[in-house]
Design a binder for this molecule. Sequence first.
Ligand SMILES: *Cc1c(COP(=O)(O)O)cnc(C)c1O
Length: 343
Amino acid sequence: MVNFCSDNATGAAPEILRALESANAGAAMPYGNDDLTRDLPAKFSVLFETEAAVFPVATGTAANVLALSSLVPPYGVIYCHESAHINVDECGGTEFYTGGAKLHSLPGAHGKFTPATLKAAITGAGNAHHAQPAAVSLTQTSESGTVYSPGEIAAIAEVARGHGLKLHMDGARFANALVSLGCRPAETTWKAGIDVLSFGATKNGALGAEAVVFFKPSLAESFKYRRMRGGHLVSKMRFLSAQLHAYIDDDLWLRNARHANAMAARLAAGLAALGGVSIRHPVQANEIFAQLPAATIQGLLDRGFLFYRWGPESACELRLVTAFNTPPADVETFLGAARDLAE
Ligand SMILES: *Cc1c(COP(=O)(O)O)cnc(C)c1O
């Protein structure tokens, strides 16, 4: 069954499963007092070339909402793209965990907002009638499968800093963006002005593990309380930490992301070569948004291919997501069927 619904429709990478197996041997202290968890900050500090505070959590939503709740007061405003996961896919989790902070959504082409749009939206500071500008959250890889360059992030950070705002990155697909940019992790995060990163692993080969990474450890002071109170202090944390270690070791995360991105590039090129297909956003990571003739979409569904339609059915748009283990044959089978149907 060819399934391009999402990169969490996949299983876990064998390296991750082996790491879980070895973490399973013997006893270890609970609630993060185990050796694997203790070793994470040092590992991430090397990876990101700066001192980092690291907190494993089980879901990307938990990472986002707990990170943001550490940055803003209940009367704060968080600026994000209108399509941001925190804005449309987390059931008001950010508002809940922050105690009521307001999300202010920004428009922008291809899933990204610009510094000018952000700047124009920041109003009301010091006015008791207005929620107070407090943070900015951007998504890397964006919800449209595009990637912010370090320069674009730095320009957003400059606006944020100019208004005293903290900067969060939702990196559910951070690895896909990183290998797409071909830069070092530091360059697209703290060196560009990011204060805290939701570091995704689940969609790129982990079984279920994400990390909140603070590049200014002082911002993390309340995090351990928020995480416990929010029900996200995992008692057998060694199993989350084991996944994060294996994810980084031997560049597994980068290899996985390179494969996913390569499969997306191949799929996009094949689709673009068909008549009547329009690719909606630049394919820069592992997601493709494409408009196809209605009959082709229906034909693909009838043949059992799995993917999500995007937007209203009348828009004839679909989203295809490739993953760390997408077989090249799946790409060829899908393209073959699409070609068939187009003729
Ligand atoms: C998947 C995803 C998340 C986190 O999702 P969970 O299902 O909570 O793990 C966060 N942000 C983005 C952009 C995502 O795609």
